[in-house]
Design a protein around this ligand. Structure first.
Ligand code: 7TS
Length: 420
């Protein structure tokens, strides 16, 4: 191969090398190698992210946007730079369109509490999907109680995909906002958001995406998606807890009133009234999660270094491997994954095993999974289930770990179903 061809060829995805970036993966749990499959709840952090947080706290620790001194300057630059990294990662037009918040929940509350409260009136419709995480349902229910807006939910088909025919009927000229989870935290389904966006646009509605599950696993381009709002959490994408962001189009952020108010978000305050700071600070009231924000910037650097296309391709290969094994497991009911695009997130039940008991025994065998309703009770009810086990894979998981999950599920089944 010529030198230029070598440079052009993407390096193979070396999962063992990736694993070495995550020190926690080397630990034992209950005497077994840890198999961490609860990534949809929170991912692990690479050392580079931990180091960035520690460095921020031990080298450049100070409050931002106020001090003239060196530490304050360094902290300010680092925190602003993190906004720029996130903006590049999602292809925002400007870093001023990226508002740092605590998590996706706060981002979604910001949309409802600032845009919704200012723009919605009684009788206006907000159309969501029945697949939403509670954090994109409850804020709108609060607005319904306060303003009298109507909430509608796009149903799922029995195979766990969004019912687009129903969506076309439910989105009407009275619809002011369509909000959808980009990828389901229960089923792993990646929703056909382009079709929803086009329908929203056709009636002049705003379009909101909850990207908490999608952004950690796939390339996201908010300009190509043409969404008005995009919410995400740092801790699901290799970043720290306590930091997430809301992307919103600049015109919207400029028009919207602030959400939380007080220090840092103002330009001037007199006893008579106040004016607002420039974007994004208008929406970042009070002392920020500075080290965590810098950590999120480091997480974005880490993911960009791996390449999101390659992460997606690797996880898709892993998904196919796990899917085949789960489908062949006796007495296992898997929800979704029959048709359509999915992440490697699997919710399932094993006949005769309560999910909490199953999760408990899996933990004794070193396997971390989540059990329960996954904060998506309307979806669970729509699919006729109330609790499931959920195994959610990430960029450092391996086929060997999938094999161990299947072995451990065999042990669960042996104990609970066959009693031996
Ligand atoms: N939206 C989706 C799609 C989610 O999966 C979650 C968290 C959130 C929003 C809220 O994120 P937070 O960071 O504000 O809490 N989902 C899960 C889960 O599936 N298991 O634990 C948390």
């Amino acid at each position: 191969m010529t030198e230029s061809a070598l440079r052009a060829a993407p390096a193979a995805y070396d999962v063992q090398r990736v694993r070495r970036d995550f020190p926690i993966l080397a630990r034992k749990v209950n005497g077994r190698d840890l198999v961490y499959l609860d990534n949809a709840a929170s991912s692990q952090r690479p050392k580079a992210v931990v180091d960035a947080v520690v460095e921020s706290m031990t080298v450049s620790n100070a409050n931002i946007h106020r001090a003239i001194h060196t530490l304050g300057y360094e902290a300010t630059v680092g925190y602003e730079e993190a906004h720029k990294k996130v903006a590049r990662f999602i292809n925002a037009r400007s870093w001023r369109e990226v508002v740092f918040v605590r998590n996706a929940t706060e981002a979604l509350n910001l949309v409802a509490g600032a845009w919704g409260l200012a723009n919605l009136r009684a009788g206006d419709e907000v159309v969501l999907t029945i697949m939403e995480h509670h954090s994109n349902i409850v804020p709108w229910q609060m607005l319904r109680a306060r303003l009298g807006v109507t909430l509608k939910f796009i149903p799922v088909t029995p195979s766990g995909l969004l019912d687009l025919d129903a969506a076309a009927r439910l989105i009407t000229p009275r619809t002011r906002l369509v909000g959808a989870v980009h990828a389901s935290n229960v089923l792993g389904a990646v929703n056909p958001v382009g079709a929803l966006r086009d329908r929203a646009r056709a009636v002049g509605a705003k379009f909101l995406l909850d990207g908490a599950q999608s952004l950690p696993h796939m390339p996201v381009d908010v300009r190509a998606l043409d969404c008005d709002f995009f919410a995400a959490s740092g801790h699901k994408m290799c970043g720290p807890t306590g930091i997430g962001f809301l992307y919103a189009k600049k015109e919207l952020l400029e028009e919207m009133p602030p959400f939380l108010t007080g220090g840092d978000m103002i330009a001037t305050v007199t006893p008579e009234g106040s004016t607002w700071n420039e974007l994004p600070w208008k929406f970042e009231a009070g002392t920020a999660a500075i080290a965590e924000g810098i950590g999120l910037g480091a997480a974005v650097d880490y993911l960009s270094g791996l390449g999101m296309e390659r992460v997606l391709a690797y996880e898709e290969e892993l998904r196919g491997y796990v899917l085949e094994k789960l489908l062949a497991f006796p007495g296992l009911t898997l929800y979704g994954h029959r048709k359509g695009e999915h992440l490697a997130v699997f919710s399932f039940n094993v006949d005769g095993v309560h999910p909490h008991d199953g999760a408990n025994l899996l933990d004794r065998l070193g396997v971390a999974v989540r059990s329960g309703h996954h904060c998506a009770q309307p979806l669970m009810a729509a699919l006729g289930m109330d609790n499931t086990l959920r195994a959610s894979f990430y960029l450092y998981n391996t086929k060997e770990e999938a094999d161990h999950l299947l072995y451990a599920l065999g042990e669960v089944s042996r104990l609970f179903v066959h009693g031996r």
